[in-house]
Design a protein around this ligand. Structure first.
Ligand SMILES: Cc1ncc(COP(=O)(O)O)c(C=O)c1O
Length: 429
């Protein structure tokens, strides 16, 4: 595999000639079509998809319910200028979205992407509190437009030459494996550091932004009680807790929003990636007392797009009816157990962590040194590609496992077999 990659190579040549070089392509995969948990490249090769088009296709590729809903909406139109006129579909979608959340969430701002959902949360937090500073976490990824980029801190290349940024300070995220601490010790340390950082704002603090599980930073699961501590500090310092669920949300960890795993209720929620079933939607959700900005303070052209909202309705409906959260927990547990067994057997697997189907495998030079083995990680991903499995990296040396939530145990086992063979082969190279 692949038998021939002529069409892939031809397409890449054209792409290189026209498309902005700022995009990061990890390897030579050129999409042709997809269905369920599988994708095909332009040369006709079939792959099992363990990245769900970067945690987007939670309900599976080309989901028939979503296709049907889009076709139905097409009869009535695609765009209604929702920031200027009224329409039912975006209202219906917003009603369904908040019905999945605790009662206090009763206002929705719709946009088109993760970064926009974060921009809206950032502006709302500043508007509502009328305060200036925001604290985010080291290693965080919240997007790439100037507001969300000011919060982002995962790779230097994201920020290089883009300063000055908005007034954001960064505190350590409790990555206890890397920090070589016990979970509780690490949580206490990071909470102390967070408080010190919050104090620096001198009473001028609007919000704390956090990913419930860091995504791009390396699929990092914080200690169980960490967010309880963050919530407490936010209450004490009058800061809004803004929860970026763009990657971890929508049943990926079993729960509708990943923050539920920590029994913490945030003030503002950002969602995007999977909620449109492959169509672009961003949503920023809060209580009406917080989302109390006046007309004109924030809006956009495409938020509430009819096709996207019709797809979003069908996506939510499908995920609920088919209990995708339960499948994420069941299959995720099976995968985590097998990966933990592999961790025992292979010197280069330093850590395995995750909740539901958001799992990170940290590849290291040795268990003792814990030194990130980026080159080896990339070789493993390359090898799995050649054997019919799509994976993506995260962080410095992590393999992220985030398949569609419809994945079966047979598909999960097959993918893990390919990963295990790749680790076995590549770690000897
Ligand atoms: C947690 C998180 N927030 C925000 C974003 C930005 O989303 P988008 O790429 O749709 O702007 C991402 C994208 O990976 C993300 O993982």
């Amino acid at each position: 595999m692949p038998i021939t990659n002529r069409k892939t190579m031809e397409l890449i040549k054209r792409d290189v000639d026209i498309v902005s070089r700022s995009l990061t392509r990890e390897y030579a995969f050129a999409y042709k079509k997809a269905n369920g948990c599988h994708v095909w490249d332009v040369d006709g090769q079939k792959y099992l998809d363990f990245c769900a088009s970067v945690a987007v296709m939670n309900i599976g590729h080309n989901n028939p319910n979503v296709v049907k809903a889009i076709k139905k909406q097409l009869k009535y139109g695609t765009h209604c200028a929702f920031s200027d006129f009224y329409a039912e579909m975006p209202v219906l979608f917003s009603e369904h979205l908040v019905s999945m959340l605790p009662k206090k969430f009763d206002r929705v701002f719709l946009s088109n992407s993760g970064t926009e959902s974060v921009e809206a949360a950032y502006k709302l937090a500043r508007w509502h509190t009328n305060k200036k500073w925001v604290v985010a976490f080291k290693g965080a990824f919240h997007g790439r437009t100037m507001g969300s980029l000011s919060l982002t801190n995962s790779k230097p290349v994201h920020r290089e030459r883009f300063a000055p940024f908005l007034p954001v300070m960064h505190a350590p995220y409790p990555h206890y494996y890397r920090m070589r601490m016990e979970p509780n010790e690490c949580s206490d340390y990071c909470l102390q550091e967070l408080e010190k950082t919050m104090k620096k704002s001198d009473g001028n603090l609007a919000a704390v932004f956090a990913e419930p599980i860091q995504g791009e930073g390396g699929y990092i699961v914080p200690p169980k009680n960490f967010f309880k501590g963050v919530r407490k500090l936010c209450n004490e310092y009058g800061a809004l807790l803004c929860d970026d669920e763009v990657q971890a949300g929508f049943f990926r960890t079993g729960k509708f929003i990943a923050m539920e795993n920590f029994n913490v209720v945030p003030d503002i929620i950002c969602m995007s990636k999977p909620i449109g079933g492959g169509l672009p939607i961003g949503a920023t959700i809060a209580n009406r007392k917080i989302m109390n900005w006046p007309p004109g303070s924030h809006a956009n052209t495409f938020g509430g797009n009819l096709l996207a909202c019709a797809a979003g309705m069908a996506t939510l409906d499908y995920a609920k009816k088919n209990k995708l959260g339960e499948n994420a927990i069941k299959i995720g547990k099976r995968m985590l157990e097998r990966l933990k067994e592999m961790q025992e057997r292979y010197e280069n697997i330093g850590d395995v962590r995750g909740i539901g189907l958001m799992i990170g495998i940290e590849i290291v030079e040795s268990k003792e040194s814990r030194k990130p083995a980026k080159k080896l990680r990339n070789m493993i991903i390359d090898n799995t590609l050649r054997n019919g499995l799509l994976l993506l990296p995260a962080g410095e040396s992590v393999i992220r496992v985030c398949p569609p939530l419809i994945i079966t145990k047979e598909q999960a086992d097959k993918g893990l077999d390919i990963i295990e063979r790749a680790i076995k082969t590549m770690s000897k190279c």
